[in-house]
Design a protein around this ligand. Structure first.
Ligand code: NAD
Length: 462
């Protein structure tokens, strides 16, 4: 058999497997065989959405919230089963967070000026149909959160889900469409194609009826969107450092860091990916991590074995992403206690497992001379993504200096990283953090465009 024939056979096998999988869930509402139809149906639905009152939009959003809560466990289990990543309990919490703290229409406010020359308003209107490319790490969370935000702004959305999370993403797309119908809205407020591929993504990105693209994923997809010539919101990768200095509460820092880093097995983009510990407290921090937080410290030899398994040709081995610490240890042949939450190790800032965005409960600790040294290393390790960074310190001047130097969309001080997503903290939730293009934590107003409306010389009643 020639290489070409083999390639065709492999592709056919892959497509059939995907079709078989999607037919098991009956594909669901909003799923079409081709991109052209998906966009056309989303466009028709958007015309109806634009005609809904704000009250009707809010009613539908409240049904999406209720259905998300009712289906949180199903979605959590489905995602772990389909992608092999993450933790069911934490994924349930993530869905509850999306249901309860994603902003709705209240986020879209009007600005007004009134005076002798009348009244001027700036109102936020819909773009129309938005294209949204979503990751396998938070598949249904991103679909639901983005749908609420985009729909609140009067848009509909065509999703390009990660091929490794189709079933979960389709379930979420079906859920939001069911909610719209139940609330008296149209079907197809969210759409996708049966077999999403790079080709269908490119088709979406080039389509004249797509007014805005939101890309949530690694550097590749954000670059592709920014090169597309369309308006793009780029929510890309991070490698969040966490700095611990000698003024911090070290016991609490250890607890917060391990709670953050093990949340959903470290796949959220905001979670602690490496620690910069000031030398004078490094030993104490390690002590609390090991003795109180269920961490296992790897020897140099165990580190080498781990590198051999989790990195393949310098790239993350997908089979290791989002796995439990114990499963990873078993894959490498390291014996660790069953209740191990995180594999920790010491290394310098050039260590391959420290430089890489490790989306798994593996955490490198870099000993630093002092705060200045730790700050320099944190800037280096964040790689200029300007996504997220965290710090444990009681010195306000240092915290300020760190925040300015890192210049990230999210900066958590003295808490676990997931508080940056609104989990257990003040502020709203999102799973699309547009660090690369500067919108920061996206919300409904991110998905609207400004329109100025002027009434000359009247309607001022001051
Ligand atoms: P990924 O980049 O592999 O895939 C993300 C999406 O982009 C998928 O739908 C994929 O099919 C698509 N894609 C990838 N390359 C593309 C290209 N060249 N053209 C068109 N589409 C393309 O990421 P993943 O593994 O699913 O998710 C993990 C990554 O996403 C991590 O780097 C994480 O930090 C990042 N992430 C960022 C945010 C954020 O809000 N900033 C949120 C979640 C995940």
């Amino acid at each position: 058999m020639s290489t070409n024939e083999q390639l065709v056979q492999d592709i056919v096998k892959e497509v059939l497997a995907k079709l078989q999988m999607t037919s098991k869930i009956g594909v669901g509402r909003g799923i079409f065989s081709d991109m052209e139809t998906a966009i056309l149906e989303a466009k028709k639905a958007q015309k109806k959405v634009a005609g809904l009152s704000m009250d009707q939009r809010e009613k539908i959003i409240s049904i999406i919230r209720r259905k998300t809560l009712e289906n949180a466990e199903i979605l959590a289990r489905m995602a772990v089963e389909e992608t092999g990543m993450g933790n069911v309990g934490h994924k349930i919490l993530k869905h509850q967070l999306v249901a309860e703290k994603t902003p709705g229409t209240e986020d879209i406010t009007t600005t007004a000026w009134s005076g002798d020359r009348g009244l001027t308003l700036v109102e936020m209107g819909p773009f129309g149909v938005i294209g949204s490319i979503t990751p396998c790490t938070n598949p249904s969370e991103t679909v639901i959160c983005n749908t609420i935000g985009m729909f609140a702004g009067g848009n509909t959305v065509v999703f390009c889900p990660h091929p490794a999370a189709i079933k979960t993403s389709f379930y979420a797309i079906n859920l939001v469409n069911e909610a719209s119908l139940e609330g008296g809205g149209p079907d197809n407020i969210a759409c996708a194609v049966t077999v999403p591929t790079m080709e269908t993504s490119n088709q979406m990105m080039q389509h004249p009826d797509i007014q805005l693209i939101a890309a949530t994923g690694g550097p590749g997809v954000v670059t592709a969107v920014l090169k597309s010539g369309r308006r793009g919101i780029g929510a890309g990768a991070g490698n969040p450092p966490v700095l611990v200095d000698e003024t911090a509460n070290i016991k609490k820092a250890a607890e917060d860091i391990i709670n953050g880093c093990t949340f959903d097995n470290n796949i959220p983009c905001v979670t602690e990916k490496e620690v910069l510990a000031v030398e004078s407290i490094a030993e104490e921090l390690l002590y609390y991590m090991i003795s109180e937080q269920g961490c296992y410290k790897l020897s140099e030899e165990e580190q080498k074995a781990l590198i051999g398994v989790v990195l393949k040709d310098g790239q993350l081995n997908r089979d290791c992403v989002g796995r439990d610490a114990k499963v990873l240890a078993d894959m490498v042949g390291i014996r660790v206690p069953d209740n191990t939450r995180c594999l920790i190790f010491e290394g310098d800032e050039k260590h391959p497992l420290i430089e890489e965005e490790m989306m798994m409960p593996v955490l490198g600790i870099v000993r630093c001379k002092d705060f200045e040294d730790a700050l320099e290393k944190a800037v280096y390790l964040e790689h200029g993504y300007r996504h997220s960074a965290h710090i444990h310190s009681k010195d306000v001047d240092r915290i300020t200096k760190y925040a300015k130097a890192l210049d990230t969309a999210i900066l958590v001080k003295n808490g676990p990283s997931y508080t940056g997503l609104g989990f257990g903290s003040e502020g709203f939730c999102t799973f699309t953090i547009a660090s690369r293009t500067g919108e920061g934590l996206t919300s409904p107003r991110t998905f609207t465009k400004e329109r100025r409306c002027i009434m000359l010389d009247s309607l001022c009643i001051r």
